[in-house]
Design a protein around this ligand. Structure first.
Ligand code: ZN
Length: 81
């Protein structure tokens, strides 16, 4: 695996875990979004769970999903954020 992608993945995951209060989990699509977003930029839902437990649990899910994205389409995740 590309080391820079792995480093980026770890950096994002660690950043979410360290600064979980900047994020919230969309109840519609279960994405981690910015805490300041009024609606989900992905599915337009407006219900979120901003609890530390939920956000950190999802940070680990994101970590796993990054690997799937990198394996399936290297360009997909680069454009999403
Ligand atoms: Zn959503």
């Amino acid at each position: 695996m590309n080391d820079s992608l792995k480093d980026l993945k770890e950096a994002i995951t660690k950043n979410i875990i360290r600064e979980w209060y900047w994020y919230k989990v969309c109840e519609g699509c279960e994405s981690i979004v910015d805490a300041s977003d009024a609606t989900c930029p992905i599915c337009r839902a407006y219900r979120f769970d901003g609890s530390k437990k939920r956000v950190i649990a999802h940070a680990f899910n994101v970590y796993d999903r990054f690997q799937e994205l990198i394996d399936s389409d290297p360009g997909q995740w680069e454009c999403s954020g």
